[in-house]
Design a protein around this ligand. Sequence first.
Ligand SMILES: [Zn+2]
Length: 106
Amino acid sequence: MVANSKLVKQRNIPQEDVEKINKLHITLDEMVEIMKQNEVESENFKSALVIWRHCQTRLQILWKFDIDQSMWQEHRLPHCKCPKMDNDDRGNHSWISGDCPIHNNK
Ligand SMILES: [Zn+2]
């Protein structure tokens, strides 16, 4: 995945930031792949969530968008057991499942 060139032009994103955006997307894609291939290890997955949020925040800054957690779609992460449709509707990950290895706070 590479940065949408139309949006790059529209938002006047400098080339060096486009490269950072592309690298962040690679990191996120690789992380999702690693999560898919691995058994659930709660502690590792919680670290993955911290990295996920950090990268998403960086992306929104680089794209010159406001920081908006509802755009991060973290209920779509592999092994997340939180409700999908409810979180799609409400954004901001309002709904957390008690047995989710990524989002529960136990
Ligand atoms: Zn979850």
